[in-house]
Ligand binder design. Structure first.
Ligand code: KIV
Ligand code: ZN
Length: 518
């Protein structure tokens, strides 16, 4: 640990790898690049950009992120095989700072049933894989998958061997989110007490949230000496997700009195990253989610409001500004000009989307302001995410008309779409207006995907509010979420459906990483 500040906690973000492994959270190349850029700008130390052996798409994403990112270390995941490690090394080659993250299961359960290997063979693999990875880069991380359920003595032997073979970071995952905070910190303490060469590595933790303890376990591990935390934006990840980056970082910042450790994360960029990940994946953040939920800084009760007015700290342990929430509730309307709009974009964390994207968004804003008197921050976020994120989609909505109501049975739809550059149109009917619109999409773009979820919610209050629609589709075991917003619920629904289909098209080109997953 000699080259690193003893109180610096390395933030290792795995939104693009473990986060993307959560069902439905697929991201295309452009989206991954945008997220990587935001992560780098916000000061994340290590970006795990993917699992290069998993598919061509994963390889390309890691490779492109490696070309783009200059300040953060770019990391790729690899199992303990030569093929995985070589592919990973190739993908991260262009990076200024590159890391190979290789892993193998060490718990009795995983070794017996998943790997069908004897512990001694696993032990040999640890040494082989780390040594081989070191032939490509000096920065190698080794993970003991299912570490929290591994026999302690065996874990300590593997850790010692991995360090001796050249791993500079040792990661102890709570893969199934089973650990309790005191138990997990005890395990980390045990490794510090037992492994003779432990001072030659940074100890990392990677906690899943199955019992809602991922952040608590990560912080307990930091208290016990861990100096890298693996986490994701919004806690995205398989099953109940990974430890949420924003919660760990804000806990360390807010409780510096108890935990005198720092990260390099620019906390004011947290909301921006959260919104981006939510928009890209279609995973809406629950309103009461810590730090980034819509209600995280809202004070509704009279007693609380009264206290807040007298002194903000009565009920506020951190300021909304510290996570990038703007205080100004400046509402835009149809008379607002380009300048005010650009300022608002900057306030909302979209200052760097480029002139073309600003123009597209400004036009959409003007259209929206014609339909809706007050345009709130939430409207602009929905609009920018909707317009700017979809530029390279293969399927795009051109126009939609739906006729429905008591006099128009069955409901009818007329749809025009661009499919791979070609404009196509059709008419259709359905059991309801949404069904009629979706049937038209199916007619223009036949597919076997099954609708699993159709969900609508209002972005703001009032009957002129934009509808934000989520559509979940499933095809051959692959699940994707599509999202869109519009003041017209039918348009939002159809766009969300088309967005989900675009994501399925990306997924079809990839083999499911879960087949290879940790
Ligand atoms: O959860 C897990 O164990 C992992 C490892 C690959 C680090 O994701
Ligand atoms: Zn994981």
């Amino acid at each position: 640990m000699s080259t690193v500040d003893q109180n610096h906690v390395v933030v290792f973000d795995t939104t693009l790898r473990d986060g993307e492994q959560s069902p439905g959270a697929s991201m295309n190349l452009d989206e991954k690049i945008r997220i990587a850029q935001v992560l780098e700008d916000m000061g994340v130390d290590v970006i795990e950009a993917g699992f290069p052996i998993a598919s061509e798409g994963d390889f390309e994403a890691v490779n492109e992120v490696a070309k783009l990112v200059k300040n953060s270390t770019v990391c790729g995941l690899a199992r303990a095989t030569k093929m995985d490690i070589e592919r990973c090394a190739e993908a991260i080659k262009p990076a200024e700072r590159k890391r190979i993250h290789t892993f193998i299961s060490t718990s009795p359960l995983h070794m017996k049933y998943k790997l069908q290997m004897e512990p001694e063979d696993v032990f040999e693999k640890v040494k082989e894989s780390v040594s081989f990875a070191r032939t490509f880069t000096d920065d190698v991380e080794w993970s003991a998958e299912d570490g929290s359920r591994t026999e302690r003595e065996f874990l300590a032997r593997c850790v010692e061997a991995a360090i001796a073979s050249g791993a500079g970071t040792i990661n102890i995952p709570d893969t199934v989110g089973y650990a309790m905070p005191h138990e997990f910190s005890d395990l980390i303490g045990y490794l510090f007490d037992t492994v003779p060469n432990i001072d030659q590595a940074i100890i990392s933790v990677h906690c899943h949230n199955d019992l809602g303890l991922a952040v608590a376990n990560s912080l307990a591990a930091v208290n016990a000496g861990a100096r890298q935390v693996e986490c994701t934006i919004n806690g995205l990840g398989e099953r109940a997700g990974n430890a949420a980056l924003e919660e760990i970082v804000m806990a360390l910042r807010t409780r510096h009195d108890l935990m005198p450790y720092g990260t390099g994360v620019v906390t004011e960029d947290i909301m921006k990253a959260s919104r981006l990940v939510s928009a890209v994946t279609g995973f809406t953040v629950q309103p009461n989610k810590a730090i980034v939920g819509k209600n995280a800084f809202a004070h509704e009760s009279g007693i609380h409001q009264d206290g807040m007015l007298k002194h903000a700290e009565t009920y506020e342990i951190m300021t909304p500004e510290s996570v990038g929430l703007t205080q100004s509730k400046l509402v835009l309307g149809k008379h607002s000009g380009r300048h005010a709009f650009k300022e608002k974009l900057k306030d909302l964390g979209y200052g760097d989307i480029g002139d073309n994207a600003v123009e597209v968004a400004f036009k959409s804003f003007k259209d929206l302001a014609d339909k809706k008197k007050d345009v709130f921050d939430e409207d602009i976020v929905a609009l920018v995410d909707d317009q700017v994120m979809r530029v390279n989609d293969r399927l795009q909505l051109v126009s939609l008309e739906v006729l429905c109501g008591t006099k128009h049975q069955p409901p009818k739809s007329e749809l025009e779409m661009v499919i791979d550059g070609e404009t196509k149109a059709c008419k259709s009917t359905g059991d309801g207006p949404v069904d009629a619109a979706f049937n038209a999409v199916k007619e223009l773009f036949p597919h076997g995907a099954k609708l699993q979820l159709y969900q609508v919610h209002a972005v703001t209050q009032g009957t002129d509010a934009q509808a934000e629609v989520t559509v979940r589709l499933e095809e051959d075991g692959r699940t994707v979420n599509g999202q869109a917003a519009d003041t017209d619920t039918m348009v939002a629904s159809t766009k969300a459906y088309i967005n989900a289909l675009n994501k399925l098209l990306v997924k079809r080109e990839k083999s499911a990483p879960s087949a290879l997953s940790a």
